[in-house]
Every structure is written in C-alpha cells, then in structure tokens.
Write a protein that binds this ligand. Structure first.
Ligand code: AMP
Ligand code: MG
Length: 320
C-alpha cells in the first residue's frame, strides 16, 4: 500500500486546521472553557476538529475517526454564541460551514477503534496553545494496530522557517519536514552519535504530565548531561525525529500512577520518529498497542529515542 491519497488528504486537512489555529491565536484572545475532566478546550480545538473530520469523512466515508473532542457541550442552547464563533472561524476556511454542519463534522470524530481508523488530536498541547508556546495538530491512520500514516502540524516549531513545521511519515517510506507555508519536503533523521554527552532530552512543560524527577535521573543514568528541553505537545516527537534531541521521556506522574495515555497524543508522533530511524516503546519496552481502545490500555509511560540509546534507557528504568 502506498497510502498516497490518505497522505495527500491528511496533509491538506492538517495544513488548513493549523491555519485556523494560528488565525485564532493571532487575532482573537483565545479563551478556554473547561471540560468535564477539567482540561481546557478552545474555539480552535473545535474548529480544527471540524475541518479535519470533514475532509477525512468526505474522502474516506467508511473510515471511523477517533478524535479528542465532541460537540455535546457546543450543542447546548447557552453555547450558541460560542458555536457561532467556531462557525465563523471554520467558514473562513471552508465556506460551506454552518453551525449545524460544524456540529456534524465535529461529531464525525466520535468513531471507535477498529481494524482501520484515523485518530486525531485537533490541538495537542492546548495549554501550550493558550500560553503562546508549542502545540500540534496531530492526525494518524492506523491499520491492524499499526500506525501507517502520520501528519503532525507544529505551527510554533520554526525548524524550517517562521511559518511552522509540517512533519509527514508513511510506513516504510520515511519521514519528511516542510514549512507549513509550503515548499519541498526534506527527509529527516534522528541524531546519530555514539556520545550521549552530546545528547539532549525533552519532556513536558506540565509537570503533572510526567515524572520530571525520574525522567532527569534516567537521562543522567544514560550519560545525558544537558538540562532538559521542555515543550508542550507532540512537537517533542518532532524534535527527536529531526535530531534536535535524542530522547523524549514520559513516565507516569506520581500523582496519576494509573494514567493511561490517549492514542491521539502519540500515534502521529510515533510514526514520524520511527520513520526517521528512531524507536518508541512504553517504559517497560513494549510496543504501543493502538488496536485496543482510545487509551493505550496495555502500556505505561512512553520512551521515544534515536534508537541507539533506547536499550540503555530501558535498562536504567528497570534498575530504578
Ligand atoms: P504534553 O503537552 O506533552 O504535556 O501533553 C499534553 C497531553 O497530556 C494532553 O493532550 C492530555 O491528553 C495529556 N495528559 C493529561 N493528563 C495527563 C497525565 N496525568 N499524564 C500524562 N498525560 C496527561
Ligand atoms: Mg493532546
């Protein structure tokens, strides 16, 4: 399978959604509302999901989409002014948008995990988005539990110019980076060095999304001396894939030891790193299993590396 059409549609969808997100961030003071789990959601999260689900559903009507947001709260009568703001943003990109259509498009993301499905985080790192830091629009196609296509839009990641970065990976076809403004895709590769003293590692800005103490201890145990680079979202996968860092550690927070990672927080990033020559497992060395549910129920923590330091990291974790 070449996944040519899937890749083409996914790139277009993520590029348009990233444009909406930047538009919201630059022109209106994006306000967050609180979801039931107390995490924030904005006009841009809903707008991004509406655009991507609409494009994927039009091109692949039989494919379920498992996305982070749903439109239940947006459909409430008291949310009408908010829905009209979302609609206005989406209409600036897809002229046929109406409030009802936007609700329908968002709800296309209520699909279930199956033998073939898409998973979407319309804004990964919403806290970073609100802070003016990194965030990502993350879309992936999964077949038989394996990620086949991943597209990661990182509007604030300026590795290839000021317009932000678009990372694309297709199974067995490599990974590339392009400016979100367009241009020729450049192949990317993880860092190749025998000397861990040259390596950097990345972790979340949000201390509650990991165990920074243990992450630092493990990095030191494998010879990394530099201070961690802290970033929101799957932009962390992007910097490992481009060789800017050798390791991304996400160990369970002591406050939420039973937390299970969500598929949309990882799928696109995983294939981008793997196709750039790196490795991704959970903290016990098990591959991430995307065949089960919207959560990675059989995995705990995530270790993302350039490959060469992976075994040493897992060994340090076993000893810890
Ligand atoms: P990051 O920007 O890498 O810190 O990750 C953002 C993601 O962390 C969000 O999309 C959430 O799904 C996820 N998240 C929320 N709570 C936790 C937690 N306790 N442990 C790990 N990840 C979490
Ligand atoms: Mg997320």
């Amino acid at each position: 399978m070449s996944y040519q059409l899937e890749t083409q549609v996914a790139i277009k969808a993520v590029t348009l959604a990233a444009k909406l997100c930047q538009q919201v961030r630059q022109t209106i003071q994006a306000e967050a509302i609180e979801k039931r789990d107390r995490s924030p959601v904005t006009i841009a999260d809903f707008g991004s999901q509406a655009i991507i689900c609409k494009l994927i559903a039009d091109a692949f009507p039989n494919d379920p989409i498992v996305a982070e947001e749903d439109a239940a709260a947006l459909s409430q009568p008291d949310m009408a002014p908010y829905l009209s703001q979302v609609t206005e943003q989406v209409r600036s990109i897809l002229t046929e948008a109406t409030p009802d259509a936007v609700i329908d498009w968002i709800n296309q993301g209520n699909g279930q995990v199956g033998s073939r499905y898409w998973t979407l985080d319309p804004i990964d790192g919403t806290k970073g988005f609100l802070r003016g830091d990194q965030y990502a629009v993350a879309l992936a196609l999964i077949e038989d539990g394996e990620v086949k296509v991943g597209v990661l839009g990182c509007p604030a990641l300026t590795l290839v110019g000021d317009a932000g970065s678009l990372l694309v990976a297709v199974r067995h076809q490599g990974a590339t980076i392009t400016s979100l403004a367009g241009g020729d895709p450049q192949p990317i590769q993880v860092v190749r060095s025998a000397n861990a003293a040259n390596f950097r590692f990345v972790e979340s800005v949000e201390s509650g999304h990991g165990d920074q103490t243990q992450q630092n201890a493990v990095a030191q145990a494998v010879g990394i001396t530099a201070a961690p680079l802290r970033m929101d979202s799957q932009a962390k996968y992007a910097v490992v894939a481009c060789g800017e860092a050798a390791l991304y550690l996400r160990l369970p927070s002591p406050k939420t030891p039973d937390y299970r990672e969500k598929i949309w927080d990882h799928a696109a990033g995983v294939i981008v790193v793997e196709e750039a020559g790196g490795k991704v497992t959970d903290m016990h060395g098990k591959p991430l299993n995307f065949a089960l549910d919207y959560k990675l129920t059989e995995n705990q923590g995530v270790v993302v590396s350039n490959g060469s330091c992976h075994e040493a990291v897992l060994a340090a974790l076993k000893g810890a």
